[in-house]
Design a protein around this ligand. Structure first.
Ligand code: TPP
Ligand code: MG
Length: 354
C-alpha cells in the first residue's frame, strides 16, 4: 500500500464520518424525514472494500448505504439533496435515504428489505458471466440478513454457476436491538459459506488495511472466473439502528471498547507512523499495532498539517453539500408523473407485439 492509496482511504473515511454526522444533525432539525440509518464506526468496511473495486464492478447495498454511494463516487451534493428529498438528488428526490441508485456508476442501490440484495446480485452476476466479462458484483449485507431464505438460495446458485460475486457481511453484531447470538444458531457468519462450497474469511472490519487487502485478493480471484467468495467483516455502529433508535439495549462499555479501536483513529495512526507490512500486523495481532508503530523509524507517510488540511477539506465538501441541498427545489407533481410514465412506457414496450 503506497502513500497515495492510504491517504485516499483516510480521506474517504473522514468524509464519510463528517457526512453522516451532518446528516444526523439535519435529521434532528427536521430537514430530513423518514428513516435514516447511519454508518459511523463502520467506515473501514465500505472504504476498504470499495477501494479494491474497479469501475466495471457492480455495487449493491442495504438501507445503510450513504457511505457506499459516496465512496463509489456519487457527489456528496447529490446524496445530501436526495436525503433532503430535493430535485437534484441522485434519484430526483423521490428515493430518499434508503434508495440511492446510480446506474452510471454501477451502483445498484440502496434496498430496504432485509435479504433483498442477494437475488439482485445474482442477476447482475449472471449477466456478467453470460457476456464473459472480467467484472464482479459486490453485495453488502448485515448480519441480520443471513437467516433469510434469499441468502441461502442465492449462495447456492452463485456457487453452482460460479458467479462473480463478493458477498460482504457487515457484521455489527446487531439487527436493530437483537444481538447476533439471539438470532443466529451459528454466529460466525463466514462458516455458513462452506455449506455452499464458497471460500470465506473473517476479517477485522475496524482495520481498513486488512479489509482492503482481503477484498483485493478476493476480487482478483472472482474476476478471473474462480466463482464467488464471502467476507465477514467484524464491525460496530456507534449510533442506534436508525435515528429513531437511541440504542439503549447496548451497554455503554461495549460502545467504548469499540471506539477504542476506531477505524479512523487507527488509519491516522498507521499513516503517521512508518507503515508495517500486513504480515507484521497479522503476526502481531490487532492489539499490538501501537507497539509495532512505536518501534518503527521516522519514515513518515502523513504529517499533522496534511491531516488537518484533509479534515478541513472534507468539512468543506459536507458544508457545500448541505447548502446545495437546502437551496434546491423539491420535485413537483410533473416530476412524479414523468417518472411514472417513463416506467409505463417501458412496460408498454415490453408488452407490444413485434
Ligand atoms: C424482510 C424484512 N424483515 C424485517 C425488516 C425490518 N428490519 C429493518 S432493518 C432490520 C435489521 C437488519 O439488521 P442487519 O442486517 O444486521 O443490518 P444493520 O442494520 O445492522 O446494518 C430489520 C429486521 C425488513 N426491513 N425486511
Ligand atoms: Mg447488523
Amino acid at each position: 500500500m503506497d502513500r497515495m492509496n492510504l491517504s485516499a482511504m483516510l480521506r474517504d473515511m473522514l468524509l464519510a464520518r463528517a457526512f453522516e454526522e451532518a446528516a444526523a444533525e439535519e435529521y434532528s432539525r427536521g430537514n430530513i424525514s423518514g428513516f435514516l440509518h447511519l454508518y459511523p464506526g463502520e467506515e473501514a468496511v465500505a472504504v476498504g472494500v470499495l477501494h479494491a473495486a474497479e469501475p466495471g464492478d457492480y455495487i449493491i447495498s442495504t438501507y445503510r448505504e450513504h457511505v457506499h454511494a459516496l465512496v463509489r463516487g456519487i457527489p456528496a451534493r447529490q446524496i445530501m439533496a436526495e436525503l433532503f428529498g430535493k430535485k437534484p438528488g441522485i434519484c430526483g428526490g423521490m428515493g430518499g435515504s434508503m434508495h440511492l441508485f446510480d446506474s452510471t456508476r454501477r451502483f445498484l442501490g440502496g434496498y430496504a428489505i432485509v435479504g433483498e440484495t442477494f437475488p439482485i446480485a445474482l442477476g447482475a452476476a449472471y449477466a456478467i458471466t453470460y457476456r464473459h466479462l472480467p467484472e464482479a458484483v459486490i453485495c453488502f449485507f448485515g448480519d441480520g440478513a443471513v437467516n433469510q431464505g434469499t441468502f441461502h438460495e442465492s449462495l447456492n446458485m452463485a456457487s453452482l454457476w460460479k458467479l462473480p460475486i463478493l458477498f460482504v457481511c457487515e457484521n455489527n453484531r446487531y439487527q436493530i436491538g437483537t444481538e447476533i447470538h439471539r438470532h443466529s444458531a451459528v454466529v460466525e457468519v463466514y462458516k455458513r459459506a462452506c455449506a455452499y462450497a464458497i471460500p470465506a474469511e473473517k476479517v477485522d472490519g475496524m482495520d481498513v488495511l486488512a479489509v482492503h487487502d482481503a477484498a483485493r485478493h478476493a476480487l482478483e480471484s472472482i474476476r478471473s472466473g474462480d466463482g464467488p467468495q464471502l467476507l465477514e467483516l467484524e464491525t460496530y455502529r456507534y449510533r442506534g439502528h436508525s435515528m429513531a433508535d437511541p440504542g439503549s439495549y447496548r451497554p455503554g462499555s461495549e460502545l467504548l471498547a469499540y471506539q477504542a479501536h476506531d477505524p479512523i483513529a487507527t488509519a491516522i495512526q498507521l499513516s503517521q507512523s512508518p507503515y508495517p507490512s500486513l504480515e507484521d500486523i497479522r503476526s502481531a495481532g490487532p492489539d499490538c499495532l501501537d507497539q509495532l508503530t512505536d518501534h518503527c523509524s521516522n519514515n513518515e507517510l502523513l504529517d499533522e498539517e496534511t491531516l488537518t488540511r484533509m479534515k478541513q477539506e472534507v468539512q468543506k465538501i459536507v458544508e457545500d453539500a448541505l447548502a446545495f441541498a437546502q437551496a434546491s427545489e423539491e420535485p413537483g407533481m410533473q416530476d412524479a408523473w414523468d417518472a411514472f410514465l417513463c416506467n409505463r412506457r417501458f412496460e408498454t414496450l415490453m408488452k407490444s407485439p413485434t
